[in-house]
Unconditional design. Structure first.
Length: 138
């Protein structure tokens, strides 16, 4: 069955591929993605704010049926004197034009300073990505 639950990661295959076995499939997973955006707004009055983020995923992790996900971990920009952690696993790959693919994600930051922020992104298909090229979704 090809269910793609985020909890179902084929760790046995992942470790075999990281140790040089299954070379062809490992090469297909040996890539990262760039992502960026803005969080939702939180806070009240003068504390009303959001954060920017710009980062990369880790390498691909197989989830079965030829599909894969990526882990990510980073921090948001510092705004109003603080930042938040962002961590998770992207959605499975979605094929787009020219043999490329993207990964969606929708989550929340860590709860710090009495609040958290929602965020979402779709990874980039580009091998290089600059902050100035970032399209912020909020």
């Amino acid at each position: 069955m090809c269910g793609h639950s985020r909890q179902h990661i084929d760790y046995d295959y992942y470790y075999r591929s990281q140790n040089g076995k299954d070379k062809k499939k490992n090469d297909e997973l040996d890539h990262i993605h760039y992502f960026c955006g803005n969080t939702s707004f939180a806070g009240e009055g003068k504390r009303f704010h959001n954060h920017k983020f710009y980062s990369t995923t880790g390498k691909g992790i197989p989830v079965g049926c030829g599909r894969h996900v990526h882990r990510y971990f980073d921090k948001t920009s510092i705004d109003k004197g603080h930042n938040h952690k962002m961590a998770g696993i992207t959605g499975v790959d979605i094929k787009v034009a020219c043999g490329k693919h993207v990964h969606p994600e929708k989550s929340e930051t860590s709860f710090d300073f009495g609040h958290d922020h929602k965020f979402k992104f779709v990874t980039s298909t580009e091998k290089k990505f600059t902050r100035s090229g970032c399209a912020y979704p909020y």
